[in-house]
Write a protein that binds this ligand. Sequence first.
Ligand code: NI
Length: 257
Amino acid sequence: MRMELQTWPKVEAYLARSKGILVPIGATEQHGPDGLIGTDHLCPQAIARRLGERDGILVAPTIQVGMSQFHLDFPGSLALRPSTLMALVVDYVASFARTGFERIYFVNGHGGNVAPVRAAFQEYYAGLSLAGSDGDVRVRCKLKSWWELPQVDARRRALYASAEGFHATPSEIAITMAAEPGAIAEFTREPPPSRGTNDPLEHAGDNYFEAADFRRRFPDGRVISDSARATRAAGEELVALAVDDLAADYGRFLAFA
Ligand code: NI
C-alpha cells in the first residue's frame, strides 16, 4: 500500500486499524561501473513495497537521497549533508506523529545514513523532552538496514563470502536486478577489484573521508565487492527472505509498548 497512491480518507481508515508505517530510505550515488545509481533506495523500496502489498501495510514515499558526500567525485551522485538529512528525517517523523502514526519503521539501504538517522530520532525526542512532554507521547522510531535482517545476512554471506565486499555488493546489485529487470543489460566483467588502500574494517558503517580521497582509493567506485557475481535469481531470493524477516521485526515493533 503505497501512501502516495492513497487518498486522505483511506489513510484515515488505515490509521483506525494500524498506527504503523514503513519508510524506505536510501541514497542516490554511484555503485561502480555496472551498478545502478539508485541501488541504495531501490533495494529497501522493493522490500518494503513487497511486504506492504502482502500484509496491507502502508509504505511512505521513499527518501531517495542520503548522506553520500564521499561519492561526489563520481557523476550521478547526490548528497545531503548529515545535518540536512537529519532535518528531513525529523520533519518526516514529526509529520507522521502529527497525523496520527505511532510506529515509524525506516527500512534503510545505505550505511552512510545510519548515524544521521539515529541522531535525527534523538533530535526529535530531544525536542519533546526539553519541552517537558507529558509522558503521553507514543511515537516510536526504528531504523533497520536490509542487509542486517538475519536470513538475508546469512544468505548473502553464503552466496558471496568475501566477494560481497562493502560497496556495489553483489547482493544489492542482485536485488536491483529483481526490482528493475532489464536495467542492467550486462556486466563489464572486469576482474574483481583490489582490496583498495584502506583497512577493510574501516568500511563498516561507511566511515570514509572526502570524495577525492574515496576515488583515489577506489578508482572504479566499488569497495572490494565483485558486483558481477549478482544474478536476478539471487535477488528474488534475497527479497523474499528480507520480506519474511522484515514482517517479523515489524510485528515485534508494532507490539512494543
Ligand atoms: Ni549501496
